[in-house]
Design a protein around this ligand. Structure first.
Ligand SMILES: Nc1ncnc2c1ncn2[C@@H]1O[C@H](COP(=O)(O)OP(=O)(O)OP(=O)(O)O)[C@@H](O)[C@H]1O
Length: 549
């Protein structure tokens, strides 16, 4: 009796210790695995080219980071442990039955086959149903985030009802998939219960036969075997469930891994080391440059040659899709420069590490991004400038008075997306950022297209003053704004069609620039009072005088 008690006690202690260590090790391994997966996905996504974000719906990316990561975080480690536990329990029950009642082995084989077929059928269906569940969830998230972003437009056009019904129909599709998935789980539960009933029945029959044929088998041993068998259906149910769950969860790992392996931009971390002050002059040379967005697409610009001397103010215009943005984006290597060279102050930009290159040039885009925080954080996120430098840049950007009147001045609140600032103010803040950077080249990509003429005038005047003597490249939305520039380039289908001073281009009455300017004066509402036409006439007069001098 003491012997049995000691063995039982030792087994219990061993079981507790093993369970404790397997839980600890399992959870630690799970935590490390999900940390590695999350970090590699995040690192990769942050380094993906802009094109990836244009082609991938935001809802899908959020889904990877929320739903898929949550599955990996909460479910996988526990499921693997439970699966192993139930597999071992099942195995031990079958072995015990086989040892005590050998007749059980005869029925065990067909039962195993039926069991295999059933779980295979369930797992195949469950995988597809899970995919359906995941596919139908992304459109809800995309639709929801799109609706939030475009709330003003939706309300302005009275489209609330349409958007609401679209949301409901997508939610219905998702709920249906979810319901079918859950029903399939219930089906499996019921089917396995029936199979379990058959197993118990067979086990009892095998026990009766064993008692007849092997008289030395005691009733207590038979009772133990039958008792174990009673639990087999429950264990089997769990094994199948966890197997299917694991398969489903590994889908999340596969999707996360896919994002962790998405090709990133070439950051050229091993690139050349450029002087701290580069580019000092802002002398830009395009040598036989060809650009494309994708290997499978035609180049948007082919064999372009262009020299922008240091300190020149260049206006770029052309019809929509002519390649203006692509041309200036190539300076930042945001488009694939697959042929030729772009030199800035005699250094090939292809060899400069991408982060260095982008940090040395300034850009004012059409849509300025402001983050929720303070004005100081938005101007100088890395806290490298002094207050005096911040105020100086605000003064040059004509924002000093506006900021000083705010409660908290530099620490005044900026809401998400700069919601409490006007479009013009946001653009002036972007100019202040560019001034702080003190880059030798400034690029303005239709920076003034969403502001009124007076703000536009203020922004351009501030930029001209702050970037006097530096290279400024402006993609012009309103042609009248670049009439006082040093040079104008007219692009068409990725080629430079006209290149010269504004006066030279205006002299070609049948030229593209002249006709575009004429068309904009006829069409633009703010030319009704003749301001811009007058400006062109005055400009021609002044140029005429200069020429005659
Ligand atoms: N992200 C992109 N992916 C693929 N092709 C693009 C992409 N952006 C632009 N393109 C293509 O490149 C060509 C030039 O576009 P780009 O935006 O440079 O013209 P743009 O003159 O700046 O036009 P807009 O004045 O309308 O901004 C167009 O044919 C356009 O379809």
């Amino acid at each position: 009796m003491t012997y049995y008690l000691l063995v039982y006690g030792a087994l219990s202690v061993a079981s507790v210790l093993l369970s404790f260590s397997s839980n600890g090790i399992g959870q630690y391994a799970g935590a490390r695995a999900r940390q590695i997966l999350h970090e590699s996905m995040l690192r990769n996504i942050l380094h993906c080219p802009v094109r990836f974000f244009e082609c991938t719906p935001i809802g899908r990316i959020i889904n990877r980071f929320s739903a898929d990561m949550s599955v990996i975080d909460k479910k996988i480690a526990t499921s693997i442990q439970r699966l192993l536990q139930f597999l071992l329990l099942c195995f031990s029950a079958i072995v015990l039955n086989a040892v005590v009642t050998p007749w059980f082995l005869i029925v065990a084989v067909p039962i195993c086959i039926v069991y295999y077929v059933m779980q295979h059928f369930y797992r195949c269906s469950s995988r597809e149903l899970q995919r359906l569940d995941s596919i139908t969830r992304s459109p809800i998230l995309s639709h929801f985030s799109e609706t939030l972003c475009g709330l003003t437009t939706i309300r302005a056009f009275g489209q609330q009802r349409r958007f609401r019904s679209l949301l409901f129909s997508r939610t219905d599709a998702h709920t249906s998939a979810f319901l079918i998935m859950n029903s399939s789980n219930r089906w499996l539960g019921i089917a396995l219960d029936y199979l379990g009933g058959v197993i118990v029945f067979m086990s009892v029959v095998a026990a009766l036969l064993t008692v007849k044929t092997y008289p030395d088998v005691t009733p207590s041993l038979v009772g133990l075997a039958v008792n174990y068998t009673l639990l087999v259906p429950i264990y089997l149910n769990w094994v199948v469930k966890f197997l299917a769950d694991m398969e489903m969860y590994m889908g999340a790992v596969e999707r996360v891994q896919q994002y962790a392996l998405t090709p990133t931009e070439d950051y050229r971390l091993q690139g050349i080391t450029v002087p701290r002050a580069w580019p000092q002059k802002g002398n830009i040379v395009f040598k036989d440059v060809s650009l494309r967005y994708d290997r499978s697409r035609e180049p948007v610009i082919s064999n372009l040659n262009l020299h922008i001397p240091a300190g020149q103010k260049v206006g770029i215009c052309g019809r929509t899709g002519s390649g203006k943005s692509s041309l200036v984006m190539s300076l930042f290597h945001m488009v694939d420069v697959f042929e030729g060279k772009i030199l800035i102050d005699d250094i090939d930009t292809k060899l400069v590490p991408l982060q260095v290159l982008r940090s040395r040039l300034s850009v004012i885009p059409q849509d300025v991004i402001m983050f929720s925080g303070t004005i100081r954080e938005n101007l100088d996120p890395q806290s490298v400038y002094t207050d005096m430098e911040l105020w100086k840049s605000l003064e040059l950007a004509q924002l000093k008075d506006a900021v000083s009147s705010l409660p908290g001045c530099l620490d005044a609140e900026v809401r998400e997306g700069g919601g409490n600032l006007s479009a013009g103010e946001r653009q002036l803040f972007c100019l202040a950022r560019a001034i702080l950077h003190n880059a030798a080249c400034l690029v303005m990509d239709e920076a003034t297209s969403s502001v009124d003429p007076s703000t536009e005038k203020a922004l351009l005047a501030a930029a001209t003053r702050a970037f006097a003597g530096k290279t400024v490249i402006t993609i012009a939305h309103r042609l009248s704004t670049i009439l006082d520039y040093d040079r104008i380039l007219v692009l068409e289908s990725g080629r430079i069609m006209e290149d010269g001073t504004p006066a030279q281009l205006l002299q070609r009455s049948m030229g593209i620039f002249s006709s575009m300017l004429r068309a904009s004066q006829e069409g633009a509402p703010f030319t009704k009072n003749g301001q811009d036409s007058q400006r062109v006439v005055n400009y021609k007069r002044v140029e005429g005088k200069n020429d005659s001098n």
